[in-house]
Write a protein that binds this ligand. Structure first.
Ligand SMILES: Nc1ncnc2c1ncn2[C@@H]1O[C@H](COP(=O)(O)OP(=O)(O)OP(=O)(O)O)[C@@H](O)[C@H]1O
Length: 485
């Protein structure tokens, strides 16, 4: 709003066209220079051409919110507006509207200063900033980030330098400002800090976590080996814990908490990662258009012919556990190149060649296991099952270092120890399939825990002298499906 503009609310009982007076005391009139430009009186509110208004939702359903709009013209008792979705609409006096506060018209860097502090006000503020590629906005000390789905030139070395030692609010909102604030507080107050990153799936939490780690590594350290190791933990965790979903091609299917440890000089000394609640059901089944964990497709695309022969592996299309979602590729991902990156990251984190090979053997065993089929049979009048073809069972047994017969028996029967006695009962086909799937989920779950502990053994240094830390929590994103599991 220009400096000489005035804002007034007046009573409509005094209304005439020279001195327009809305009934609703909340309605504000903007005086532009010599007078008002009035286009129409709608529901006792004076609307001014060029003014911004909130259009209340026609129906009052749970998730409906008002939408912002600009008044462009009037005709009879209707006004024409262009709303924030760029849609033209004609509004009649029956439609509920409200004047928009100037802060919502222009947008603000810190939403604490919004005049219209409601859901619609917050959404519009984020929208108008997003339209100008301003993806970060503060709400006090909270940073709201909107996923730009494009590479913006805002994460350069210059930007890192720029945000160094600045107070929040001194520069435009940025993820680096949050990292810097945390680091400065930790050093100044000598207290541990924590950054919590939350949002729905695909919102950009994992990218934000990575940016914070990169910023902390850049400002605190001497580009040491330990920093490199901490950063290289990500490709490994993503390979084993991320998957393509319908919302996000690289969706984290586990929660992670990274504690970064600093010495009294503020230099990174080590870190520790904790993982939570890996989505194990994905190992054995995937929703339509989704994939299993990246690592399976990467290994099949990236292993040499000889390695695949040793593990008796074929193309991903041959495995039930990899084709449940009906898609084996992920646009924009090069699985073979990713496999090379995963291997080199594992080397950086001190996984030996034997470790890596043992991991691949477990993954191969899971794939063969998923292809085991069962036939129904009846034993002593009880529905039972038998393995249709022992080839896959024997492959798994070899890879797991178990006996083929023993493994076959373990997935088609159940053994109970009761009152000093051992009772073995046979499983139906459905039960055997459940046991097979549970076994694979168990193997993968334990493998994931082992991988995280192996990473920790490379990056964690026991506390010797003073140490403070910054924790970054990246939880899995919220999702809402037709069927929620
Ligand atoms: N700041 C950013 N700049 C550019 N692209 C981004 C940014 N943030 C996110 N993206 C893009 O959006 C995708 C999804 O982001 P990300 O994986 O971080 O979401 P998420 O919130 O962690 O989702 P989930 O909960 O499913 O793991 C990324 O793979 C990346 O392509």
């Amino acid at each position: 709003m220009a400096k000489d503009d005035t804002v007034r609310s007046v009573q409509s009982s005094q209304a005439d066209d020279d001195d327009p007076s809305p009934l609703d005391p909340q309605t504000q009139l903007y005086r532009h220079g010599d007078g008002y430009e009035i286009v129409e009186r709608v529901a006792n509110k004076i609307i001014i051409k060029g003014d911004y208004i909130w259009i209340e939702p026609a129906a009052r359903r749970e998730f409906d919110v008002a939408i912002g709009a600009r008044v462009v013209s009037a005709e009879g008792r209707r006004i024409q507006v262009v709303d924030d979705d760029e849609k033209e609409q004609w509004l009649t006096p029956e439609r509920r509207i409200k004047a928009m506060h100037p802060t919502s018209v222009q947008g603000v860097e810190d939403m604490i200063s919004l005049g219209d502090l409601h859901e619609a006000g917050i959404l519009r503020n984020l929208l108008i900033r997003y339209n100008e590629n301003l993806i970060y906005t503060y709400t006090g000390s909270i940073l709201v980030a909107v996923n730009p789905y494009q590479i913006l030139p805002i994460y350069t070395a210059e930007q890192i330098k720029l945000y160094r030692d600045k107070k929040i609010g001194e520069l435009p909102p940025h993820i680096f400002a949050i990292g810097d604030n945390c680091y400065a507080n930790m050093k100044r107050q000598k207290t541990d800090q924590c950054i919590v990153i939350s949002g729905e799936s695909g919102a950009g939490k994992t990218e934000s976590t990575k940016l914070i780690l990169q910023y902390l590594a850049a400002i605190s350290g001497k580009h040491s080996w330990i920093e490199q190791q901490i950063l290289e933990a990500n490709p490994i965790l993503e390979a084993f814990g991320n998957a393509k979903t319908i919302r996000n091609d690289n969706s984290s299917r586990f929660g992670k908490y990274i504690d970064i440890h600093f010495n009294d000089q503020g230099t990174i000394e080590g870190a520790r990662i904790e993982q939570y609640l890996l989505e194990k059901s994905r190992i054995v089944s995937q929703n339509s258009d989704e994939r299993n964990y990246h690592v399976f497709y990467c290994m099949l695309a990236g292993m040499t012919k000889e390695q695949k022969q040793q593990l008796e592996l074929q193309a991903p299309t041959q495995y039930r556990y990899l084709t449940g979602g009906g898609t084996i590729t992920c646009e924009g991902r090069d699985d073979a190149a990713e496999f090379a990156d995963i291997r080199s990251a594992m080397k950086v984190l001190m996984f030996s060649d034997t470790d890596i090979w043992e991991v691949l053997k477990l993954l191969a065993a899971i794939l063969h296991m998923g292809n085991i089929k069962f036939d129904p049979t009846v034993v002593d009048n009880i529905d039972s099952s038998e393995v249709r073809d022992m080839t896959n069972v024997n492959r798994c047994a070899k890879l797991l270092g178990a006996g083929g017969q023993a493994l076959g028996m373990a997935i088609t029967s159940r053994t109970i120890f009761a009152q000093g006695e051992t009772v073995r009962s046979l499983l139906s086909v459905d039960q055997a399939m459940d046991v097979r799937d549970a076994f694979c989920k168990g193997i993968y779950g334990r493998l994931f825990v082992w991988i995280v502990s192996k990473i920790n053994s490379a990056i964690y240094r026991p506390k010797k002298t003073f140490r403070s830390c910054i924790g970054v929590l990246d939880i899995f994103g919220f999702e809402n499906f037709r069927t929620n599991r």
